[in-house]
Ligand binder design. Structure first.
Ligand code: N01
Length: 546
């Protein structure tokens, strides 16, 4: 067959498919991937389980949900028009504003016409005969597409604790990650919040303001530090806008794409006085500066980490009136920054309020949920509302909840038993033409920055294939093995990898997720991009094409 004949056959085959590409998820990743693939002339359909765009910012509408990254560093950078048009109201905007932003993007780029809402993907099977993906929705609808792009986020599979009696409770209850659009009326009521991770901390701060009584059920405390949010005046927004090129360039250079830069000094290279002054300044500073802009050894040197933890522990003691409560709020099983640091606004002062009390589940475990509330080992509590801020089956959980099968009918979930293995976090051997945005072992951090990079890398790879009439690509097993070695090497020595958290693949509420695995790429984002750029510049030799 001549090249022209081959191209004709391929065009015919593609026309027989429903779409060139199916993208799962209409959050920030899915929307941008749609925009970029459509630009290349591909027929794209985005399948979204919700009824609106925004992903994380659509589902997590619990009271107090807001950015922990500076708003202006989080928006898309690809469209000057969008940057010109949109003003952020706050340094760390709340969910309603973020959802408005996502809606504006969908409208401005006319994305909705290619998004199917209320479309939950049940399975995606690769058909070797014909080299396409058959994607089946919950309602039985089947679509066939050449490419499958997962844009499903890292934290999109909410998990409930395995308490007995959850459904017996007669009051209102919900998970923070599935907060109803109609809201929950808790003003003046007896409310329980279970869980004190980043979601719980944000929700507790807000709910405590109007709840009749709030009882917080905390298992392991976290190290929380001040967000220092504030409104952005119009003139300041204009300055931020003028500085966008430099701001996005800064995000490109930092380890995790935040605006904060790690201090090049080691903790013990300065005097104690200088160290404390630096930490005071960081504690008074904005956002993740204290975590992402600390001394360079803070997350690898045990003694440096211990001193930093002591510094934050003292802050907690200063802020909480009751010494016993203060001690309960201070972690003793992990050092500062080794789990994701929840950002707070008067969180510790919440425990000085007369309408709030803290129950340590380490001392007083929950035995079951009852019709009227919660039974612990010590007593029965009565509630009108129970809120589960109990986290997510992170990173691989949303993949696991779909039946994804590659070549030889192999299930992705089985392939990833013992921990995920990928090529640059985007591809998996045996799963041709499947691309993951923010997949396991891709660079994380200030996510939209990494999302834009991943999306464009996928677009370029598909473009490379289209230009050469290539139908199918797959990561070579040896490329996956090499990437995995690199990821493991980068994880060495990091204190966070010695701690149980979603970042080390632990979720006690999910079967099979009780052993620590490296689910995160722990190198820097610039290193990650350099590796991916090298792959593209080398004509993708790490991949196999047919
Ligand atoms: O979830 P988590 P999250 N019995 O897993 C407790 C991102 N995020 O939704 O630590 C009792 O951190 C659990 O206790 P323990 C951010 O990346 C971003 O809060 O396991 N307790 C813990 O306290 C974050 O890291 C933003 O002992 C149980 C809590 O529930 C990630 O999402 C805002 C329990 C879960 O904490 C996840 O945060 C919010 C049980 N059976 C979140 N099971 C922003 O950027 C769980 N817990 C704005």
């Amino acid at each position: 067959m001549t090249a022209v004949q081959k191209a004709d056959v391929q065009t015919e085959q593609n026309a027989a498919l429903d779409f060139d590409a199916i993208v799962i998820g209409a959050g920030m990743s899915g929307m941008y991937q749609l925009y970029r693939l459509r630009e290349q002339g591909l027929r794209v359909r985005v399948l979204e389980a919700g009824t609106g765009v925004g992903g994380t910012w659509y589902w997590n509408r619990y009271p107090g949900a807001r950015f922990d990254s500076e708003s202006y560093s989080y928006g898309y950078s690809f469209s000057q028009e969008l940057l010109d048009e949109w003003d952020w109201d706050e340094c760390f905007s709340g969910q309603p504003e973020i959802e408005r932003y996502c809606n504006l993007v969908a409208d401005k780029f006319d994305l909705r016409q290619d998004i199917q809402f209320s479309a939950r993907v049940a399975s995606a099977h690769f058909k070797e005969d014909g080299a396409f993906w058959a994607i089946t929705l919950d309602d039985g609808t089947v679509y066939r597409a050449r490419f499958l792009v997962t844009a499903i986020g890292l934290l999109s599979a909410p998990t409930m604790p395995r308490f007995e009696g959850i459904n017996d409770f007669k009051g209102q209850w919900c998970h923070t990650g599935l907060w109803p659009k109609t809201g929950i009326d808790y003003a003046g009521m007896r409310v329980a919040v279970i869980g004190t991770g980043a979601s719980g901390v944000q929700a507790i701060q807000e709910i405590s303001k109007t709840a009749g009584h709030l009882t917080v059920f905390q298992r392991r405390p976290n190290w929380c530090t001040p967000l220092h949010n504030r409104p952005i005046p119009k003139e300041e927004m204009e300055e931020i806008r003028a500085g966008y090129p430099e701001l996005f360039e800064l995000c490109r250079q930092t380890a995790a794409c935040f605006v904060h830069t790690i201090d090049p000094r080691g903790t013990f290279e300065v005097t104690e006085e200088e160290r404390l002054a630096f930490w005071e300044q960081r504690y008074a500073g904005q956002g993740f500066g204290i975590w992402q802009g600390n001394f360079r050894d803070m997350l690898v040197d045990r003694e440096a980490n211990r001193l930093m933890s002591e510094f934050v522990a003292d802050k907690i003691r200063q802020r909480v009136n009751d010494p016993k409560t203060a001690e309960l709020l201070i972690p003793d099983d992990h050092g500062f920054g080794t789990r994701r640091v929840p950002q707070e606004t008067h969180y510790y002062e919440v425990y000085n309020r007369p309408n709030v009390n803290l129950v340590s589940m380490l001392a007083e475990p929950i035995e079951r949920i009852t019709e009227t509330g919660i039974r612990t080992s010590a007593q029965d509590y009565e509630f009108d509302v129970i809120i589960y801020a109990t986290g997510f089956d992170a990173v691989t959980g949303t993949f696991d909840r779909m039946d994804i099968r590659g070549k030889d009918d192999q299930r992705l979930k089985d392939k990833w038993t013992g921990g995920p293995k990928t090529f640059v976090g985007v591809m998996v051997d045996g799963f041709p033409n499947m691309f993951m945005i923010m997949g396991p072992h891709a660079a994380l951090g200030n996510n939209p920055r990494s999302i834009e990079y991943n999306v464009e890398w996928i677009r370029d790879l598909i473009g490379h294939m289209t230009d050469r009439d290539l139908t199918c690509t797959e990561a070579r097993p040896e490329s996956v093995a090499q990437w995995n070695d690199f990821v493991q090497e980068k994880a060495e020595g990091l204190l966070s990898n010695e701690i149980d958290s979603w970042m080390t693949g632990i979720n006690m509420n999910v079967e099979g997720k009780q052993t620590r695995t490296i689910v995160r790429y722990s190198g820097t984002a610039p290193e990650y991009r350099a590796k991916c750029d090298e792959v593209a510049a080398g004509d993708y030799h790490e991949l196999r094409f047919t």
